[in-house]
Write a protein that binds this ligand. Structure first.
Ligand code: NAD
Ligand code: MG
Length: 382
């Protein structure tokens, strides 16, 4: 039995993870779940899966929650620290990191620090502290398994050769909802338009990130640390069907791709089944139908966030923490209509240029930069 903690169980990845558990009850057991504030949804999950512990990150809900909605066998806890402590618990084998944003960093680090398998969807953790997480995993023997579909694809394709034989990776991107729009049109898009993703149904923050292509920028940085690549070994290609999830090119020119219909349950399941494969939960491809796959280069002019990804991947140090924090706050200000669409990337660039760069920061130094960037982004006036 693989004993799981699903952190961020009420979100899009959390929901898909629970679906994978439903299909593989003989192998997977949910021991812990967490959510930010949606206690009704968390209670419903607990009634179905009977975990040992359920945690709400928002402490102030303590007096509001109707504890009778939770089953007897589940202990309800509150606060971010309880989530981190649970990620360290000895009765958990695998932590599924499905919290959104830098809020997922402490629990992801705790899982790696205690030598567990970390199935990581929470890419922001790797953007902020990639080198620290990867190095700690190496020391403790913790396994880092990507859940992000592109990184799962690369992880799978890499098994076709040795690390020294990889020449580059090609990250695919659907191009988001504004793939066909002009720069002038993109400049005035509304939150409602940006929340309509053509191929994936996801949480709000990553959906906006997909529209700005900041999501791909974060994924470039994520790949740089996960696979120990140089930034010039990473390419991005627009592939609107989201069928090829990414590719690895080897030194002999062979390109190995991983393909499947877009459904996060496949990469989540692989992060749990690795090094084996289990029967599919997600629908399979149908090659009896006619369909075609398109690839085209990305446009750095219309999507300035992309360049930020390459710059941060090559600079490292504190740049990931600044980019991520600025983007998180700028996205929420865009959703509140306080910033325009292009302000998000503009502001990230400005803060990266202005911040106090440290080449080999500690976690505390990264957190200080995160705090600074959040404050500056909140104060910024367009
Ligand atoms: P979501 O918004 O649907 O869910 C986020 C989860 O985190 C929820 O359970 C929420 O309660 C919890 N949460 C939010 N803020 C929190 C906080 N401050 N403290 C503790 N918990 C908090 O997001 P999602 O789409 O499921 O994405 C989760 C992560 O997975 C993100 O890092 C995202 O980039 C990554 N990811 C998502 C997808 C996808 O298809 N949704 C694909 C690849 C990667
Ligand atoms: Mg992705």
């Amino acid at each position: 039995m693989n004993k799981l903690a699903i952190l961020g169980a009420t979100g899009s990845i959390g929901t898909s993870s629970l679906d994978v558990v439903r299909a593989h009850r003989d192998r997977l057991e949910v021991v812990a779940v967490s959510a930010h504030r949606d206690w009704r949804k968390l209670a419903k999950i607990c009634r179905e899966f009977s975990p040992r512990v359920a945690i709400l990150a928002e402490e102030s809900l303590r007096d509001e929650v109707d504890t009778s909605q939770f089953p007897q066998e589940t202990e309800l806890q509150f606060g971010a620290e309880a989530i981190t402590q649970t990620a360290r618990a000895s009765d958990i084998d695998t932590v599924i990191a499905a919290i959104v944003g830098a809020a997922g960093l402490a629990s992801s680090y705790a899982a790696v620090d205690t030598g567990k398998r970390l199935a990581i969807a929470n890419k922001e953790t790797l953007v902020v502290a990639g080198p620290i997480i990867v190095e700690r995993a190496r020391q403790t023997g913790a396994e880092l398994l990507p859940v992000d579909s592109e990184h799962s694809a690369i992880f799978q394709a890499m098994q076709a050769g040795s690390a020294q034989e990889v020449s580059k990776i090609i990250l695919t991107s659907s191009g988001g909802p504004f793939r066909e729009k002009s720069q002038e049109e993109i400049a005035v898009v509304t939150p409602e338009e940006a929340l309509q993703h053509p191929t994936w149904e996801m949480g709000q923050k990553i959906t906006i990130d997909s529209a700005t292509m900041m999501n791909k920028a974060l994924e470039i940085i994520e790949a740089r640390w996960l696979f120990n690549l140089q930034s010039d070994q990473i390419e991005v290609v627009i592939h609107q069907q989201s069928f090829v999830h990414s590719m690895v090119e080897f030194i002999d020119g062979s390109v190995i791709a991983q393909m499947s219909p877009p459904d996060m349950r496949l990469p989540i399941q692989y992060a749990l089944s690795y090094p084996h494969r289990w029967i599919a939960v997600a629908a399979k491809a149908d090659f009896k139908k006619t369909f075609s796959l398109d690839f085209s280069p990305p446009d750095f002019e219309r999507f300035p966030a992309l360049k930020l990804g390459f710059d941060v991947a090559s600079q490292g140090g504190t740049t990931g923490a600044v980019l991520n924090a600025c983007n998180e706050v700028a996205v929420s200000r865009f959703l509140r209509r306080e910033l325009s669409f292009y302000d998000i990337a503009r502001l990230c660039r400005e803060l990266l240029d202005r911040h106090n760069f440290i080449r080999k920061p500690t976690i505390e130094e990264l957190m200080a930069q995160d705090k600074w960037a959040r404050k500056e982004t909140n104060l910024w006036k367009p």
